[in-house]
Design a protein around this ligand. Structure first.
Ligand code: ADP
Length: 194
């Protein structure tokens, strides 16, 4: 399963809940990249610089970081990829990786909420000692990057018949319930009407 959502929509929260529910790994692209950015290596410094600005980390760098985790998770029953893909080339790479691992990408869950709601959540997180990129100017840029670059993945997955779009401007339990309702239609297509 893929989790596609703008900053502040609750990808991390929902990813963890869904992974526990379905007994698969939760792989958060942002978390793995932040961990890598701690390393004082050329790749680490490059990742840190992109994240601090709210720019996307280059596709190949992201793939190098994520692939080992995805390979391991595929061998253990599956994965929820949170925050990947975010570009069309990443979507192609995600499909190729799944095919190579004999895994089916069963769903792309899209969480949406108004920018005002997303901004408020991120600023709240910042006031509780959150992340360095939860600053008003960087938040604005991250939301623009989502709209411009990641947004086109919504029609991409809709055309492939695996999009589940859910209103993220609700309490977390309601968002999870809506996701599960949307997934039940996709994951068990043969049981419909029986
Ligand atoms: P958010 O969705 O709130 O921005 P994430 O932790 O998912 O939080 O991502 C934080 C940052 O990590 C992004 O702004 C970007 O710099 C980098 N990042 C995460 N996932 C990707 C990805 N798939 N491709 C490129 N950069 C990524």
């Amino acid at each position: 399963m893929l989790l596609l959502a703008p900053p502040g929509a609750g990808k991390g929260t929902q990813g963890e809940r869904l992974a526990a529910r379905y007994g698969v790994r939760h792989i958060a692209a942002g978390d793995l990249l932040r961990a890598e950015a701690q390393a004082d290596t050329p790749a680490g410094r490059e990742i840190a610089a992109h994240q601090a600005r709210g720019d996307l980390v280059p596709d190949q760098v992201v793939l190098d970081v994520l692939t080992p985790a995805v390979v391991e998770a595929a061998a253990r029953g599956g994965y929820i990829l949170d925050g990947f893909p975010r570009t069309l080339p990443q979507a192609t790479a995600a499909a190729e990786l799944a095919a190579r691992l004999a895994v089916t990408v069963q769903a792309a869950v899209y969480l949406y909420a108004p920018d005002t709601v997303l901004t408020r959540r991120l600023l709240d997180r910042a006031s509780q000692g959150g992340r360095a990129d939860d600053r008003a100017d960087v938040i604005r840029h991250r939301l623009e990057v989502f709209t411009g670059t990641t947004g086109p993945l919504v029609p991409y997955y809709k055309e492939r018949g695996i999009l589940v779009a859910v209103d993220a401007d609700q309490p977390p339990e309601s968002v999870t319930a809506d996701i599960q309702a949307g997934l039940s239609g996709l994951l068990l297509p043969h049981s419909r009407g029986r």
